[in-house]
Design a protein around this ligand. Structure first.
Ligand code: NAD
Ligand code: WQD
Length: 335
Protein backbone atom coordinates (compact mmCIF):
# COMPACT_ATOMS: atom_id res chain seq x y z
CA UNK A 1 0.00 0.00 0.00
CA UNK A 2 1.23 3.47 -0.87
CA UNK A 3 0.63 6.32 1.57
CA UNK A 4 0.97 10.01 0.70
CA UNK A 5 2.28 11.91 3.73
CA UNK A 6 1.77 15.67 3.41
CA UNK A 7 4.13 17.78 5.52
CA UNK A 8 6.26 14.64 5.23
CA UNK A 9 9.53 16.24 6.37
CA UNK A 10 8.04 17.65 9.58
CA UNK A 11 8.37 16.53 13.19
CA UNK A 12 5.45 14.14 13.59
CA UNK A 13 5.57 13.04 9.94
CA UNK A 14 9.21 11.97 10.11
CA UNK A 15 8.41 9.64 13.04
CA UNK A 16 5.31 8.40 11.24
CA UNK A 17 7.37 7.71 8.10
CA UNK A 18 9.55 5.36 10.17
CA UNK A 19 6.52 3.48 11.49
CA UNK A 20 4.98 3.29 8.00
CA UNK A 21 8.21 1.81 6.61
CA UNK A 22 8.39 -0.56 9.62
CA UNK A 23 4.91 -1.80 8.75
CA UNK A 24 5.73 -2.39 5.07
CA UNK A 25 3.99 0.63 3.54
CA UNK A 26 5.48 2.61 0.67
CA UNK A 27 5.85 6.28 1.59
CA UNK A 28 5.36 9.21 -0.78
CA UNK A 29 6.10 12.49 1.00
CA UNK A 30 5.28 16.03 -0.05
CA UNK A 31 6.54 19.12 1.77
CA UNK A 32 7.35 22.71 0.82
CA UNK A 33 10.07 22.68 3.52
CA UNK A 34 8.67 25.91 5.04
CA UNK A 35 9.20 24.49 8.54
CA UNK A 36 11.50 21.52 7.93
CA UNK A 37 14.37 20.28 5.77
CA UNK A 38 15.27 17.38 3.47
CA UNK A 39 17.71 16.06 6.04
CA UNK A 40 14.86 14.53 8.07
CA UNK A 41 13.78 12.51 5.01
CA UNK A 42 17.36 11.40 4.38
CA UNK A 43 17.84 10.36 7.99
CA UNK A 44 14.65 8.29 7.96
CA UNK A 45 15.82 6.60 4.75
CA UNK A 46 19.18 5.87 6.32
CA UNK A 47 17.66 4.52 9.56
CA UNK A 48 15.34 2.20 7.69
CA UNK A 49 17.49 1.42 4.61
CA UNK A 50 14.44 2.21 2.44
CA UNK A 51 13.54 5.00 0.03
CA UNK A 52 10.86 7.63 0.43
CA UNK A 53 9.48 9.16 -2.78
CA UNK A 54 9.94 12.82 -1.84
CA UNK A 55 8.36 15.75 -3.68
CA UNK A 56 9.27 19.29 -2.74
CA UNK A 57 5.94 20.98 -3.43
CA UNK A 58 3.30 23.13 -1.84
CA UNK A 59 -0.13 21.62 -1.23
CA UNK A 60 -1.50 24.99 -2.37
CA UNK A 61 -0.12 24.20 -5.86
CA UNK A 62 -2.90 22.13 -7.38
CA UNK A 63 -0.99 21.21 -10.53
CA UNK A 64 1.92 19.92 -8.50
CA UNK A 65 -0.47 17.85 -6.38
CA UNK A 66 -2.21 16.49 -9.47
CA UNK A 67 1.12 15.52 -10.93
CA UNK A 68 2.03 13.59 -7.74
CA UNK A 69 -1.29 11.72 -7.78
CA UNK A 70 -0.74 11.06 -11.48
CA UNK A 71 2.72 9.58 -10.98
CA UNK A 72 2.05 7.57 -7.82
CA UNK A 73 -0.85 5.24 -7.19
CA UNK A 74 -1.85 6.59 -3.78
CA UNK A 75 -4.08 4.43 -1.54
CA UNK A 76 -4.42 6.78 1.44
CA UNK A 77 -3.29 10.21 2.61
CA UNK A 78 -2.01 11.26 6.02
CA UNK A 79 -2.36 15.03 6.10
CA UNK A 80 0.17 16.72 8.41
CA UNK A 81 0.99 19.77 6.27
CA UNK A 82 0.04 22.97 8.01
CA UNK A 83 1.27 25.94 9.97
CA UNK A 84 1.02 25.35 13.71
CA UNK A 85 2.28 28.24 15.84
CA UNK A 86 -0.55 29.62 17.96
CA UNK A 87 1.04 33.05 18.61
CA UNK A 88 2.02 33.55 14.96
CA UNK A 89 -1.52 32.62 13.88
CA UNK A 90 -2.80 35.62 15.88
CA UNK A 91 -0.44 37.98 14.02
CA UNK A 92 -0.94 36.59 10.50
CA UNK A 93 -4.34 34.86 10.57
CA UNK A 94 -4.93 35.11 6.80
CA UNK A 95 -1.69 33.25 6.12
CA UNK A 96 -2.91 30.50 8.43
CA UNK A 97 -6.34 30.35 6.81
CA UNK A 98 -4.85 30.35 3.31
CA UNK A 99 -2.26 27.68 4.08
CA UNK A 100 -4.24 25.34 6.31
CA UNK A 101 -7.74 25.71 4.86
CA UNK A 102 -7.01 26.31 1.15
CA UNK A 103 -4.23 23.72 1.27
CA UNK A 104 -6.60 21.11 2.68
CA UNK A 105 -9.37 21.96 0.19
CA UNK A 106 -6.88 21.59 -2.70
CA UNK A 107 -5.70 18.26 -1.40
CA UNK A 108 -9.24 16.91 -0.91
CA UNK A 109 -10.25 18.06 -4.40
CA UNK A 110 -7.27 16.33 -5.95
CA UNK A 111 -8.02 13.17 -3.95
CA UNK A 112 -11.60 13.31 -5.23
CA UNK A 113 -10.38 13.76 -8.80
CA UNK A 114 -8.13 10.69 -8.51
CA UNK A 115 -10.67 8.56 -6.63
CA UNK A 116 -8.62 8.36 -3.41
CA UNK A 117 -10.95 8.45 -0.41
CA UNK A 118 -8.92 7.34 2.62
CA UNK A 119 -7.82 10.32 4.71
CA UNK A 120 -6.15 10.74 8.10
CA UNK A 121 -6.17 14.27 9.47
CA UNK A 122 -3.85 15.82 12.10
CA UNK A 123 -6.21 17.61 14.42
CA UNK A 124 -5.44 18.83 17.89
CA UNK A 125 -6.72 18.95 21.45
CA UNK A 126 -6.93 22.69 20.80
CA UNK A 127 -10.39 22.03 19.27
CA UNK A 128 -11.73 21.46 22.81
CA UNK A 129 -11.04 25.11 23.64
CA UNK A 130 -11.18 25.41 27.42
CA UNK A 131 -12.65 22.03 28.43
CA UNK A 132 -15.18 22.08 31.26
CA UNK A 133 -13.65 19.06 32.92
CA UNK A 134 -10.99 16.39 32.45
CA UNK A 135 -10.39 13.83 31.09
CA UNK A 136 -11.59 15.06 27.71
CA UNK A 137 -13.68 12.67 25.60
CA UNK A 138 -14.28 13.01 21.86
CA UNK A 139 -17.90 14.11 22.35
CA UNK A 140 -16.99 17.26 24.34
CA UNK A 141 -18.17 20.58 22.86
CA UNK A 142 -15.69 22.09 20.39
CA UNK A 143 -14.48 25.66 20.13
CA UNK A 144 -11.42 27.64 19.09
CA UNK A 145 -9.48 30.22 21.08
CA UNK A 146 -7.09 31.35 18.31
CA UNK A 147 -6.82 31.35 14.48
CA UNK A 148 -4.64 28.22 14.42
CA UNK A 149 -7.22 26.31 16.46
CA UNK A 150 -9.97 27.69 14.24
CA UNK A 151 -8.27 26.20 11.15
CA UNK A 152 -8.34 22.77 12.84
CA UNK A 153 -11.97 23.18 13.86
CA UNK A 154 -13.01 24.43 10.42
CA UNK A 155 -11.23 21.55 8.70
CA UNK A 156 -12.97 19.08 11.03
CA UNK A 157 -16.31 20.67 10.10
CA UNK A 158 -15.40 20.61 6.42
CA UNK A 159 -14.58 16.91 6.66
CA UNK A 160 -17.95 16.30 8.33
CA UNK A 161 -19.75 18.04 5.45
CA UNK A 162 -17.69 16.19 2.86
CA UNK A 163 -18.58 12.86 4.44
CA UNK A 164 -22.26 13.82 4.62
CA UNK A 165 -22.19 14.57 0.91
CA UNK A 166 -20.43 11.33 -0.03
CA UNK A 167 -20.27 8.40 2.38
CA UNK A 168 -17.65 6.59 0.31
CA UNK A 169 -15.02 8.69 2.13
CA UNK A 170 -13.16 7.10 5.05
CA UNK A 171 -11.80 9.79 7.32
CA UNK A 172 -9.94 9.48 10.63
CA UNK A 173 -9.64 12.71 12.59
CA UNK A 174 -6.85 12.34 15.16
CA UNK A 175 -6.80 14.88 17.98
CA UNK A 176 -3.25 14.95 19.34
CA UNK A 177 -2.56 16.16 22.84
CA UNK A 178 1.03 17.38 23.44
CA UNK A 179 3.55 15.44 21.34
CA UNK A 180 7.12 15.51 22.66
CA UNK A 181 10.24 13.33 22.58
CA UNK A 182 12.13 11.93 19.65
CA UNK A 183 13.11 8.68 17.95
CA UNK A 184 15.31 6.62 20.28
CA UNK A 185 18.21 6.77 17.79
CA UNK A 186 18.54 10.51 18.45
CA UNK A 187 18.71 10.95 14.65
CA UNK A 188 15.31 12.60 14.17
CA UNK A 189 13.37 14.94 16.42
CA UNK A 190 11.70 18.32 16.71
CA UNK A 191 13.68 21.20 15.19
CA UNK A 192 11.76 24.43 15.72
CA UNK A 193 12.86 27.63 13.96
CA UNK A 194 14.17 30.27 16.37
CA UNK A 195 13.12 30.35 20.01
CA UNK A 196 10.71 27.49 20.72
CA UNK A 197 7.10 28.33 21.65
CA UNK A 198 6.40 25.00 23.30
CA UNK A 199 7.55 23.91 26.72
CA UNK A 200 9.64 20.80 26.05
CA UNK A 201 11.62 22.11 23.06
CA UNK A 202 12.38 25.19 25.20
CA UNK A 203 13.46 23.07 28.19
CA UNK A 204 15.64 20.99 25.83
CA UNK A 205 17.49 24.12 24.69
CA UNK A 206 18.05 25.21 28.29
CA UNK A 207 19.38 21.73 29.09
CA UNK A 208 21.73 21.99 26.10
CA UNK A 209 22.97 25.40 27.26
CA UNK A 210 21.57 27.21 24.20
CA UNK A 211 19.00 29.17 26.23
CA UNK A 212 19.61 30.53 29.69
CA UNK A 213 16.51 29.70 31.75
CA UNK A 214 12.99 28.35 31.49
CA UNK A 215 10.05 30.75 31.86
CA UNK A 216 7.25 29.06 33.78
CA UNK A 217 4.09 30.75 32.54
CA UNK A 218 2.18 31.22 35.80
CA UNK A 219 2.09 29.26 39.07
CA UNK A 220 -1.31 30.45 40.23
CA UNK A 221 -3.49 28.04 38.26
CA UNK A 222 -5.98 25.85 40.08
CA UNK A 223 -3.70 22.79 39.95
CA UNK A 224 -1.76 21.03 42.76
CA UNK A 225 1.49 23.00 42.19
CA UNK A 226 -0.15 25.98 40.46
CA UNK A 227 1.42 25.32 37.03
CA UNK A 228 -0.43 24.20 33.90
CA UNK A 229 -1.13 20.51 33.35
CA UNK A 230 -1.01 18.80 29.93
CA UNK A 231 -1.11 15.32 28.44
CA UNK A 232 2.38 14.86 26.95
CA UNK A 233 2.61 11.97 24.51
CA UNK A 234 5.75 10.38 23.04
CA UNK A 235 5.91 11.20 19.33
CA UNK A 236 6.69 7.55 18.50
CA UNK A 237 3.49 6.41 20.26
CA UNK A 238 1.65 9.10 18.31
CA UNK A 239 3.22 7.87 15.06
CA UNK A 240 2.03 4.32 15.78
CA UNK A 241 -1.48 5.73 16.26
CA UNK A 242 -1.41 6.77 12.58
CA UNK A 243 -0.63 3.20 11.46
CA UNK A 244 -3.63 2.01 13.51
CA UNK A 245 -5.78 4.70 11.91
CA UNK A 246 -4.70 3.61 8.40
CA UNK A 247 -5.55 0.01 9.31
CA UNK A 248 -8.93 1.15 10.61
CA UNK A 249 -9.74 2.91 7.33
CA UNK A 250 -9.49 -0.39 5.49
CA UNK A 251 -12.64 -1.54 7.40
CA UNK A 252 -14.63 1.32 5.77
CA UNK A 253 -15.55 3.01 9.06
CA UNK A 254 -16.80 6.28 7.51
CA UNK A 255 -15.80 9.31 9.58
CA UNK A 256 -14.17 8.51 12.93
CA UNK A 257 -12.57 10.74 15.58
CA UNK A 258 -9.97 9.75 18.18
CA UNK A 259 -8.06 11.44 20.96
CA UNK A 260 -4.40 10.46 20.92
CA UNK A 261 -3.04 11.09 24.39
CA UNK A 262 -1.85 9.07 27.37
CA UNK A 263 -4.68 9.95 29.77
CA UNK A 264 -2.11 11.26 32.28
CA UNK A 265 -1.42 14.93 32.96
CA UNK A 266 1.90 16.46 34.09
CA UNK A 267 2.43 19.99 35.35
CA UNK A 268 5.14 22.32 34.05
CA UNK A 269 7.13 21.76 37.26
CA UNK A 270 6.82 17.98 36.89
CA UNK A 271 8.16 18.25 33.34
CA UNK A 272 11.13 20.31 34.54
CA UNK A 273 11.83 17.78 37.31
CA UNK A 274 11.66 14.83 34.94
CA UNK A 275 13.87 16.60 32.41
CA UNK A 276 16.46 17.31 35.11
CA UNK A 277 16.63 13.56 35.81
CA UNK A 278 17.08 12.84 32.09
CA UNK A 279 19.88 15.38 31.57
CA UNK A 280 21.49 14.99 35.03
CA UNK A 281 21.59 18.69 35.79
CA UNK A 282 19.58 21.40 37.49
CA UNK A 283 17.62 23.55 35.06
CA UNK A 284 17.25 27.22 35.96
CA UNK A 285 13.72 28.64 35.74
CA UNK A 286 11.76 31.74 36.67
CA UNK A 287 8.04 32.06 37.17
CA UNK A 288 6.59 34.70 34.85
CA UNK A 289 3.08 35.89 34.01
CA UNK A 290 0.52 33.51 32.54
CA UNK A 291 0.66 33.25 28.73
CA UNK A 292 -2.54 34.74 27.31
CA UNK A 293 -4.95 32.08 26.08
CA UNK A 294 -3.42 29.23 28.13
CA UNK A 295 -5.74 26.90 30.02
CA UNK A 296 -5.05 25.35 33.43
CA UNK A 297 -5.49 21.70 32.67
CA UNK A 298 -6.08 19.38 29.77
CA UNK A 299 -5.65 15.64 29.40
CA UNK A 300 -7.28 13.01 27.24
CA UNK A 301 -9.56 10.13 27.80
CA UNK A 302 -7.85 7.87 25.23
CA UNK A 303 -10.16 4.87 25.79
CA UNK A 304 -11.98 5.17 22.46
CA UNK A 305 -8.69 4.73 20.58
CA UNK A 306 -7.93 1.69 22.74
CA UNK A 307 -11.35 0.15 22.07
CA UNK A 308 -11.56 0.86 18.36
CA UNK A 309 -7.95 1.19 17.17
CA UNK A 310 -6.36 -1.17 19.71
CA UNK A 311 -3.86 1.60 20.31
CA UNK A 312 -2.46 2.80 23.60
CA UNK A 313 0.50 5.05 24.42
CA UNK A 314 3.27 2.85 25.84
CA UNK A 315 6.10 5.26 26.66
CA UNK A 316 6.25 7.15 29.94
CA UNK A 317 7.42 10.64 30.80
CA UNK A 318 10.96 9.46 31.69
CA UNK A 319 11.49 8.06 28.20
CA UNK A 320 9.94 11.16 26.60
CA UNK A 321 12.49 13.36 28.39
CA UNK A 322 15.43 11.01 27.79
CA UNK A 323 14.70 10.74 24.07
CA UNK A 324 14.18 14.49 23.76
CA UNK A 325 17.50 15.14 25.46
CA UNK A 326 19.35 12.54 23.35
CA UNK A 327 18.11 14.23 20.15
CA UNK A 328 18.95 17.70 21.50
CA UNK A 329 22.46 16.72 22.63
CA UNK A 330 23.32 14.90 19.40
CA UNK A 331 21.94 17.80 17.31
CA UNK A 332 22.44 21.04 19.28
CA UNK A 333 21.73 23.07 16.14
CA UNK A 334 18.97 20.83 14.81
CA UNK A 335 19.31 19.06 11.47
P1 NAD B 1 5.84 20.57 11.54
O1 NAD B 1 5.84 22.03 11.26
O2 NAD B 1 7.11 19.93 11.95
O3 NAD B 1 5.28 19.78 10.26
C1 NAD B 1 4.40 20.35 9.33
C2 NAD B 1 5.06 20.25 7.96
O4 NAD B 1 4.18 20.78 6.97
C3 NAD B 1 6.37 21.05 7.86
O5 NAD B 1 7.39 20.20 7.39
C4 NAD B 1 6.07 22.15 6.84
O6 NAD B 1 7.19 22.50 6.07
C5 NAD B 1 4.95 21.50 6.04
N1 NAD B 1 4.03 22.44 5.38
C6 NAD B 1 3.38 23.49 5.92
N2 NAD B 1 2.61 24.09 5.01
C7 NAD B 1 2.77 23.40 3.85
C8 NAD B 1 2.26 23.53 2.54
N3 NAD B 1 1.41 24.52 2.22
N4 NAD B 1 2.63 22.64 1.60
C9 NAD B 1 3.50 21.65 1.89
N5 NAD B 1 4.02 21.48 3.12
C10 NAD B 1 3.67 22.34 4.08
O7 NAD B 1 4.69 20.29 12.62
P2 NAD B 1 4.30 18.97 13.40
O8 NAD B 1 4.45 19.28 14.85
O9 NAD B 1 4.96 17.78 12.84
O10 NAD B 1 2.75 18.96 13.12
C11 NAD B 1 2.17 18.18 12.09
C12 NAD B 1 0.67 18.41 12.08
O11 NAD B 1 0.13 18.05 13.36
C13 NAD B 1 0.26 19.88 11.86
O12 NAD B 1 -0.90 19.89 11.05
C14 NAD B 1 -0.06 20.37 13.25
O13 NAD B 1 -0.99 21.40 13.23
C15 NAD B 1 -0.62 19.12 13.89
N6 NAD B 1 -0.50 19.12 15.36
C16 NAD B 1 0.72 19.31 15.93
C17 NAD B 1 0.83 19.33 17.33
C18 NAD B 1 2.15 19.61 18.00
O14 NAD B 1 2.14 20.01 19.16
N7 NAD B 1 3.28 19.40 17.35
C19 NAD B 1 -0.31 19.13 18.11
C20 NAD B 1 -1.53 18.91 17.48
C21 NAD B 1 -1.61 18.91 16.09
C1 WQD C 1 2.53 23.49 27.75
C2 WQD C 1 2.50 24.10 29.17
C3 WQD C 1 2.30 26.49 29.19
C4 WQD C 1 6.21 27.22 27.32
C5 WQD C 1 0.28 23.96 22.18
C6 WQD C 1 -0.82 24.38 21.26
C7 WQD C 1 -1.69 23.22 20.93
C8 WQD C 1 -0.86 22.04 20.41
C9 WQD C 1 0.29 21.73 21.29
C10 WQD C 1 -0.82 22.09 18.05
C11 WQD C 1 1.47 25.21 29.33
C12 WQD C 1 3.63 26.06 29.77
C13 WQD C 1 5.07 26.65 27.86
C14 WQD C 1 7.13 27.89 28.18
C15 WQD C 1 5.71 27.37 30.04
N1 WQD C 1 -0.27 22.31 19.14
N2 WQD C 1 4.81 26.73 29.20
N3 WQD C 1 6.82 27.94 29.51
O1 WQD C 1 0.03 25.38 24.96
O2 WQD C 1 -0.53 23.02 25.75
O3 WQD C 1 -0.30 23.46 23.37
O4 WQD C 1 1.03 22.91 21.55
O5 WQD C 1 -1.94 21.75 17.82
O6 WQD C 1 -2.60 23.64 19.98
O7 WQD C 1 -1.59 25.38 21.87
O8 WQD C 1 1.72 23.48 24.74
O9 WQD C 1 4.12 23.25 25.17
O10 WQD C 1 3.21 25.52 24.58
O11 WQD C 1 2.67 24.55 26.80
O12 WQD C 1 5.48 27.43 31.26
O13 WQD C 1 8.16 28.43 27.74
O14 WQD C 1 3.76 24.70 29.43
O15 WQD C 1 1.76 27.57 29.91
O16 WQD C 1 0.97 25.09 30.63
P1 WQD C 1 0.18 23.93 24.80
P2 WQD C 1 3.01 24.22 25.26
Amino acid sequence: MKILVTGGAGYIASHTNIELLNSGYEVVAVDNLSNSCMESIMRVEKLKGKKIHFYRADILDKQAMQSIFDQEKIDAVIHFAGLKAVGESCSIPLTYFRNNLSGTINLLEVMQEFGVNNFVFSSSATVYGEPERVPVTEDFPLSATNPYGRTKLMIEEMLGDLYQSDSSWNIAILRYFNPIGAHESGEIGEDPNGIPNNLVPYVAKVAAGVLEKINVFGNDYDTPDGTGIRDYIHVVDLAVGHIKAIEKLSDNPGLVVYNLGTGVGYSVMEIINNYEKACHKKLPYVVTARRPGDIAISYADPSKALRELHWKAEKGIEQMCEDSYRWQSKNPNGY
